[in-house]
Each structure stands twice: as C-alpha cells, then as structure tokens.
Ligand binder design. Structure first.
Ligand code: AHR
Length: 817
C-alpha cells in the first residue's frame, strides 16, 4: 500500500483508542445533510445557546447514487452506531420523493463500505441484527431546514475526525501545487547535478504492451470525428431520445420549401433496425434535400468522394447529387440512376471536387416530381486511412498510428456500460451491413450511428499493429446512470443507477460476450467466425484480452454478474485474459473492495482510473512501488488517467507531470501491464470533457503537449527495466520529486532508452551510465505552453553528460551496435 494508506492506517488506529474512552468524554452531535442533499453527511455540535454549529468542512460521506456530481443527493441521513458490532450504520434517501434509499457502514466514520440501494421500506434489512439508540431531528442550520439524527460520540472521535480532515486538506493543498510557485519554491537553486548508475545484474522484465490508446465516442470522437462519414444523421434516426430538441430531420432541410415537403415515414423501411426514412414529395421540379454535415462538410479540391443512398420511388428516374459552397457555387456533382420501381435500391456514385470548401452542404435532387423515399445517404472521402471502405478520417488516424499504440481500447469508457441497462453497448448491433446497425443514444448527449462499430475497431487495431482490447459492461450500467431501465431490480424501478441486467437475461448477455470472442477469433465455419468472414475478414483478429466492466461501483449486483461472466470466459476461452474493474478512483470503497475481490478471485488484470492534478502525480511517484507482484498476482491496467489542471488546459505542466509519473510506472511495469491516457479525441466546440489528447475540427488537428509525451513513450517502449541509482547535488525534496528517470532496453532492436523528466525551472546536468551517439527527442518550454512540439536531434554523449533543459522531457535512444 502507498504512504497515503499508511497514514490513513495510523489515523484509523487512533479510532480504536478513542473507542475506549469513557462516556463522560462524549458529546452530543447532530448528523444531517444540507443544500438539497449535495452536502453529503455533515456534523454539528451544540452551542451553549442550544443552536447547532456545523463542524465546517467536515463531510463524512456523500451519496454515490444518480448521475454525475451534483445529481448525487443524500436526503434525511440517519446515522447510528450498532451496539453489537460497534459499526456506524448510515441510511439515507437518494430521491426527493423518498422512494429509494441507500445504505453504507463504517468502522470509523472515515472508511465506508460500497453503497447499496433499495426500495425505501427495504433498506433497514441491510443493517442486519445490530441494535442501536438514536433520535431523529428536524431543525434548521444556517437558515436551512435539515433532518438527521442526534447521537452521542466520544470527544476524542470528533478530534480524530478533525485531524483526519486536516490531513486531507493538507494533502489537497499539496496536490494543488503548481509551477506558478516555482520562482519561490526553487529560489537559490541555480543548477542541479544528477548522476545515474546502473546495476545491470538487477535488470527485470517488464510489460511489452505498456502504452496503448483509449478510444471512446465522447466529444464527437466517432461520428463527425474519426469515422470518415461526412453526412450527419444519414439514416434519419436522430430523435429526442438523443437530445430533447432533436428529431429525425436533424441536419436536413428542403432546398426550396415552396416546391413540396418532406416527412418522416416508417412504412416498409430498409431494415427494422433502421425504421425511419425521409419521404420527399416534389410538387415542382427542383426540390431537393440538403444536409449540413457536422459543422459543414469539408471538401478538398481534386479529392474524390463516394456518395451512396438508398432510394425508393414509384417511378424510375435520376437524382442529382451536388456539393454546394456557402455562396451557392457547385463544387462537384454526380448523377444517380434509379431503374427499379417501388423497391429500395442502394445507388452509388463518385463526386470529384473542383474546389476547396470548409463548409459545403450536400444536396440530393430528384429529376422528376412525385414521391421519393431516401435513407442512408452517405458521403465518404475515397481517401480514408489505409484506403478502407467505410473507413477512418486519414489525418486523424495517422496521428493515432504515430503514437505506436501497443493496444487500442474501445468503445469506452462510459459508452461501453451505458446510461442505464437499456443503453449498455451491444456489440452485435454495431456490426454487419450499415443499414442494419442499431444507432444508439450516446450518454455524452448525442447520437451514435455505430458506422464505426466493432468490426471497424478490429480493423483499426490491425492497421495500427495494436492488440484489440474491447471493453464490455459487467452486466451493470454506468455508475452515473440516470435513465430508468425496462425492468426493475431490487425493487428499484425508477432509476438506472446500480441496476444490473436481470438474472434471467444474464445467460443471453454472457453468450453475446462469448460470441464476440468467436467473432474475433473463431474459424469461419462457426456462426460468428462466418459473420466476420462475410464482413470481408476471414483471418482471425487475434483477440487476446477483453475488459469486463468500466470503473463500476463494486456492489453485490456487480460482483454477482462479473463473476458469472468471468467464469464463463475462463471456462470457454481459458487463454483470453480478462481485465476487471476497481472503481473510478485511486482510493475509496470501490478501489479497496474491487482489489480485494480481484485478488480473491484471481482476476489477471484490473483497470484503474484516476484523473488528478499535476501535484498528485508529482507526490505519488511511489504509488505502485508496494503493489504485490509476482506469479499469479493481479496486475494493473491504468486504463484512464490524465493530469488535470484547475483550468483544464492542456499545457506543458500537465504533460510533464504525466511524463514524470510514467517514469515511475515504467519502473513498476512488472506490476503495471498497460496504460492509456484518456480521453483521446475531442472535436472543437463539441467537447464534453477536458483535457483530451488531441483536438480537431473538420480541417485541422491540434496535438497537445501530452500527445507528444504519449508518442515519445509509445515509440520508445522497452521490455527490460534497468534499475538505477540516482545521486542529486541537492537534498531539496521539492527537487527530488520533480525529477524522473527510467532506463529500459527494447530487446527487439537491442536499443537502450533513457527517459528523463525535469519539472523544475533549472537545467539538470546529468551524468549518464551510457556514452556514445544517441538519438534525443526533447519536449520543453514554459509550463503554461500549449503548443510545444517534440524535436529530434542526434546527440553525441561521448563525455557521458546530458544537460536536461528546464521543464523538459528527454528521451535518449542509444542504438545497439
Ligand atoms: O474518459 C472520460 C470518462 O471518464 C470515461 O467515459 C469514464 O470511464 C470516466 O469517468
């Protein structure tokens, strides 16, 4: 465990002492919640006037129920202490209507068990046999009406809680440190000397798949992003389900509303999964449908674009498809001919662009009057990444490929486990002919066509030379779910949170997961192997690992369902490595419970997530040093992490703190098997989450400093770690924790790679354990820089000294001779 856990242990230890105090040392407290339940559990003591005075800043625990952040409410908390167990039991309402309640318990009012939720009149059953005395009270604090319980507690316990609170505040202050204070922090330190020595005998094998990428359809990363489709809402399946004011004609308009009309129909659709289509009634010639794309359609002069559309009409005829600039200029066009009546026909053509245009629209115009049905109107650049049909936007895919990821995780993130049971990502709905795929509401507030589906994800991995890592829900939806499900579980029908797939549907769900493995790896004679072959890929995709769950709360509903899935995979495909989940943070109930569960059940790898400040990364370099390692121990996949500055900017300070942390991860890469920065992609003006690794719009890409950090690690990974000793010319602890080094050997090339991070304003003259010519890649600048780029130089380190620039990340690659 980390130092942090040790400190926690000491504080908790005083609780045992505190319990031995006499009742004379006790005081009366009122525990309650305020601010419409967002405060979590608070404590107040009585003033001599009889009024309650809150112990400020003391928040014992909050509710985990409901959607993100302020949606998580704790109403009417009832805290009491079990006479038999000595445990603190806490029940609370999670909805204002009082229908649903939560329960958690704690030995010390600091560490709490994973919360469980039940119908309100079932909640007390979770407490079991314990007995207790308590009084409920309605009162007002700071002018707000509050409700909670009054109890007696030893004064020493209150002091211990205050001490713990101070300790947490101290940590928070440390973690909030930024380079802004470096002028004072490093005053008087003009230069630093560092020398590194090696003990080659102690070299240890490390993971050779340490640096991968995390792809999630967040921030318009897929439709409108990496997926090359240029028509928005091509299948007329957008609806108010996706966003309250959206509808099936979103992004579409008539070219001239005086000449006819358009309506949405569902009669005889092309496919039952794609029920809506546009019916255009042309009263006068010249009426067409126009699509505005994703913030316009970006067209490049000389490029060719594949147009296709399902069309049905009672008469044969032709259709003009054109790309039009904002000032009405025709940039390119083609004609599609329909020579069948009353049947859906998929028509295709090619448009060659005559000019550049950042903001074109696409129009499709029937030559004849009458009724015309349209669906799946698609415009794809011919020049996709690796020339794949239904492929990826080339420039974006290229910058991803440049990261040299050893694996690609998909389709999320929260998108994988969905907002409520009904929104769990069903991979089968994302494969096969495009018109048969099921579009889905994206919990990030938009629509997924899933034209970029599991088959395309596998192809992307193949093209990148990366291992596929599909992540599927562990039978439970996102811990921040807000949507109701089509069924209830544990008496909770009103909410998606903490539900699970009902037990009688689990066998089918588990079969879906096994079918995915078969789709990826099975012989073409198997049902799912044959589907892969029919999609154009008879060779297996070589799936070796699968993620089950995404930062779920480790509830009973989770454990039960995860266990069923894990056992089924182990028994049917013992060679597939299952990656489990240990909650959304680097500490707390789910982390603790998740690790306990993983070790007990010998889960090969678990997925840790943490989005933290640069200060956290600087001061937690030791985080993995004491994790158990060795044969049979559960390993770590650091599946989502990113340094978050308060302003959420992607600057060099954040990037260098990630680089620094990764030197520590590399040192521990016998226990940390894989890492992936998250999120990966974000479309400008459509960003739900910051920071991200790569920002883009339709025409350009902005690579962040963190992108270069990932690229420098991905291109310089090793499989053997060379333990080293470091001597610094100063014993200033602020210097020590801001310098990082890691030395690895890549046994394929035989190259030795030294990584050096300097998060101080001073040069660091570094005596290296190796000499000779090296290829050096450097990222450096001012901490607030957002547009720094790596530079590569050939450097002769014959004197064995390398000068690290201030605020820099350097990778020195010594080629094998
Ligand atoms: O990376 C963005 C989100 O962060 C992921 O979807 C989720 O897993 C995490 O909370």
């Amino acid at each position: 465990m980390s130092l942090h856990h040790l400190a926690l242990g000491l504080i908790v230890g005083t609780a045992i002492f505190a319990k031995a105090q006499t009742a004379n040392d006790s005081i009366e407290i009122f525990t309650y919640s305020t601010n419409d339940g967002t405060s979590g559990l608070k404590i107040a003591t009585r003033k001599s006037s009889g009024e309650w005075r809150p112990i400020n800043d003391l928040r014992l625990v909050g509710s985990d129920f409901g959607a993100w952040g302020s949606q998580k409410r704790m109403y009417k908390p009832h805290l009491r202490r079990g006479k038999e167990s000595g445990l603190w039991h806490l029940t609370f309402d999670v909805l204002p209507d009082g229908s649903t309640a939560g329960y958690t318990s704690s030995p010390d009012l600091i560490n709490w068990t994973v919360q469980e939720y039940r119908h309100a009149n079932e909640i007390e059953k979770l407490i079991g046999e314990d007995t207790f005395d308590f009084d409920t009270l309605k009162d007002s604090i700071d002018g707000q009406a509050v409700e909670g319980t009054i109890l007696n507690i030893e004064k020493a316990e209150i002091e211990r809680l205050k001490a713990y609170n101070n300790y947490r505040e101290g940590l928070a202050a440390k973690y909030n440190e930024s380079c802004d204070a470096d002028r004072w922090r490093f005053a008087g330190i003009d230069s630093i000397e560092m020398s590194l020595t090696l003990d080659p005998k102690a070299a240890k094998p490390i993971s050779d798949r340490l640096f991968g990428i995390f792809f999630e359809d967040i921030n318009y990363a897929a439709d409108g992003g990496l997926y090359a489709e240029l028509v928005r809402n091509r299948d007329f399946e957008f609806s108010s389900e996706d966003r309250h004011n959206w509808h099936a004609l979103e992004a579409w308009a008539l070219t001239d509303s005086t000449k006819g009309n358009v309506e949405i129909s569902e009669v005889n659709p092309i496919h039952n999964n794609n029920r809506h289509y546009a019916r255009l009634s042309v009263a006068r010639k010249g009426l067409g449908l126009t699509n505005s794309g994703f913030d316009g359609i970006s067209i490049k002069r000389g490029d060719r674009y594949n147009i296709s559309a399902f069309v049905r009409a009672p008469q044969k005829g032709s259709y003009k498809v054109a790309l039009i600039s904002p000032d009405g200029e025709k940039i390119g066009e083609c004609r599609l001919n329909l020579d069948v009546e009353n049947e859906w026909v998929n028509l295709a053509g090619i448009i060659k662009a005559k000019a550049d245009c950042a903001n074109a629209t696409l129009t499709i115009t029937p030559e004849k009057t009458g009724v015309h049905d349209f669906d799946m109107i698609s415009l794809m650049p011919e020049d996709t990444y690796n020339g794949r049909e239904n492929g990826l936007r080339r420039d974006l895919a290229l910058v991803l490929a440049d990261l040299k990821p050893s694996f690609v995780r998909f389709p999320g993130g929260c998108v994988a486990h969905g907002d409520g049971v009904d929104n769990i990502y069903d991979w089968k709905g994302s494969i096969g002919p495009l018109e048969s795929r099921t579009g889905k509401r994206n919990l990030w507030g938009y629509h997924q066509t899933r034209g970029l589906g599991f088959h395309e994800y596998f192809l992307m991995c193949e093209d990148f030379g990366a291992s596929p890592l599909p992540v599927l829900a562990a039978g439970v939806p996102c811990q921040n779910s807000s949507r109701p499900s089509h069924h209830s579980i544990d008496g909770l029908s009103s909410h998606g949170q903490q539900c699970g797939i009902p037990m009688d549907e689990m066998p089918a769900y588990i079969q879906d997961i096994l079918d995915l493995i078969e789709y990826a790896n099975g012989y073409i004679t198997t049902e799912w192997g044959a589907k892969r072959a029919a999609a154009g890929h008879p060779e297996p995709f070589g799936l070796k690992m699968i993620g089950i769950g995404n930062e779920d709360l480790i509830t009973e509903a989770f454990k039960e369902r995860f266990g069923m899935i894990f056992d089924a995979i182990k028994s049917a495909y013992p060679k597939i490595e299952v990656i489990g989940s240990v909650g959304p943070f680097y500490e707390g109930s789910d982390y603790t419970e998740g690790w306990e569960y993983a070790r007990k059940n010998r889960i090969p790898v678990v997925d840790e997530h943490y989005y933290v400040s640069p200060g956290w990364l600087i001061h937690n370099g030791h985080f993995y040093d004491s994790y158990p390692r060795g044969e049979g121990e559960t390993k770590v996949y650091l599946g989502e992490y990113a340094s978050h500055r308060p302003d959420r900017q992607s600057d060099l300070e954040a990037a260098l703190s990630d680089a620094l942390y990764l030197t520590n991860v590399e040192r521990n890469a016998d226990v940390v098997a894989m890492t992936s920065y998250a999120p990966l992609l974000a479309k400008k003006n459509h960003t739900q989450w910051r920071p991200d690794l790569i920002y883009f719009d339709n025409e350009s890409i902005t690579l962040t400093p963190d992108y270069y950090v990932q690229k420098m690690y991905g291109n310089n990974a090793g499989d053997l770690y060379l333990p080293n000793e470091r001597h610094l010319s100063t014993d200033n602890p602020d210097v020590a924790c801001r310098l990082g080094q890691s030395i690895v050997v890549d046994s394929k090339s035989g190259d030795t790679i030294i990584k050096l991070v300097n998060l101080t304003p001073t040069t660091v003259s570094t005596t290296l354990p190796l000499t000779g010519p090296a290829e050096v890649t450097i990222l450096s600048g001012k901490p607030s820089d957002e547009d720094v780029k790596e530079s590569v130089i050939n450097h002769d380190v014959t004197d064995g000294v390398y000068i690290q620039p201030p605020y820099s990340f350097s990778v020195l690659r010594f080629k094998s001779l």
